[in-house]
Design a protein around this ligand. Structure first.
Ligand SMILES: [Zn+2]
Length: 126
């Protein structure tokens, strides 16, 4: 029969959001000019405090996930796959290649300049 035992115990510490002051709350972007840097610093401080003050700790490390967004439009960073770059329904024109962003005109223009590819001829809509 199946027997369940517990293993790999960990204590998960979640830092308080930058914009959460307890008595009031705002967005992290309003509370900090560089949320990524400030959150990392906060986590390093918590990790250092745990190492200093808590007994029986095997190791402490700061972990995070990476979120990729477009610096122009803030949407999730997505690019054409090799197959999509060949599909008329997905590509901008015959110069679209694998890795070309899909979110906005500025990201595509930037990508094309970096790669030395001809720019997309954006239709002007009035
Ligand atoms: Zn974009």
């Amino acid at each position: 029969m199946k027997r369940t035992t517990r293993d790999d115990y960990r204590v998960v510490v979640t830092p308080r959001r930058l914009g959460d002051f307890g008595w009031m709350s705002m967005s992290d972007r309003m509370a900090s000019s560089d949320p990524d840097r400030d959150m990392r610093e906060r986590c390093e401080e918590i990790a250092a405090a745990v190492k200093r003050h808590v007994d029986n700790v095997g190791s402490v490390e700061v972990q995070f996930t990476e979120v990729h967004t477009c610096s122009h439009c803030d949407l999730t960073w997505e690019v054409l796959t090799a197959v999509e770059a060949l599909m008329a329904s997905h590509r901008q024109d015959e110069h679209s290649v694998e890795g070309e962003p899909v979110c906005c005109d500025k990201a595509i223009d930037e990508f094309r300049v970096e790669r030395g590819l001809p720019p997309v001829r954006w239709e002007v809509t009035s």
